[in-house]
Design a protein around this ligand. Sequence first.
Ligand code: OGA
Ligand code: NI
Length: 368
Amino acid sequence: MSSQEYVGLDVLDYDDRGRELSELISTKAGVKGLVDSGIHKVPRVFLSSADVKHQLERTSYDGTGNHVPIIDLKDYEDKRRRNIVHEILQASKKWGVFQIINHEVPSVLMKNMLGCVYEFHEQPKELKEGFYSHDSTRKVWYYATVQPVRRAAFWKDTIACQFEDMTTDFEALPLICRNPMSDYVKHIVELKVKLCKLLSEALGLESNHLELMECMEARKVVGHYYPPCPEPDLTLGSAHHTDPYFLTILLQSDIGGLQVFHQDQWIDLQPMEGALIVMIGDLLQLISNDLLRSVEHRVLANRIGPRLSAACFFSTNGRNKDRKYGPIKELFSEKNPALYKEISQAEYYKHYSVYESCGSKSLPHLKL
Ligand code: OGA
Ligand code: NI
């Protein structure tokens, strides 16, 4: 089965679906609110009529022990650089995802980041409901992922923050997250600068090529809280998707559930103490002219929890909002002509949302 055939759009359709969704939204307490109310069954809005399929897929792991590559960044500035660049190229080509260790983000900041995601979601409802919104143009908003049409709701709550410039805007963050999040994100931004150099070299370009393109200057930071689920085989924490940006740096807690689609199978991305996960986004695949691949991933629901994760997505900032990005010309040759149309981040996001709502990949539709 190819992942493109696997669609989550097949929602359980029934008359009261709209009303039940509105009720869930109006609680402003997210999925956690449902769990706290003591439910033993997954409500219908979380069910997809493809639920049996999820069940079957859970068991499809790779028996060969194939796992997402782990790349050690130690000594990346001198003697190991060539090897690291090679490993990054191979991992990004074959998997679109890799874990990194010795990345110089202090472990205490990683712990505090997940800690504040936990603290935010664990607050009494009255303290967080003011942030509840589905308006993604806000600087900070907290929400349950309920999809009005075609897809089942996800078993998670999210706090999202988007910043052009983290150092000037972090006052907008809820107090409970302010210091841990800004300290963590500052380090993640430094790591992103490093990765951009290594990725540029992996593409055979000058080290500063990606940086000069100014395509990863803005960031959205999300803190997901996946509550324990009474019937984990009937719903998903996140349905399969690729990230619609350039690059994602992800931190997950020690409860598994994240899977990546590789060679026609869902493979667990096992939590690894101290590691960070790097994912190639759709737009990096586009500008690399398919040399690097974005990765399809999803999160299973778990009986235990909460599972926590923090993702930083890098994309173009406001100044480059309408700037169009296409495949990098230096990569072209007779054998390797441009594969995609040019598109801006804002246009791509719109394009992506259309396809995502019916569970299919959007990047192939931009092929020339
Ligand atoms: C995402 C995502 C994975 C996770 O936020 O896009 O894929 O582990 N998160 O929470
Ligand atoms: Ni994702």
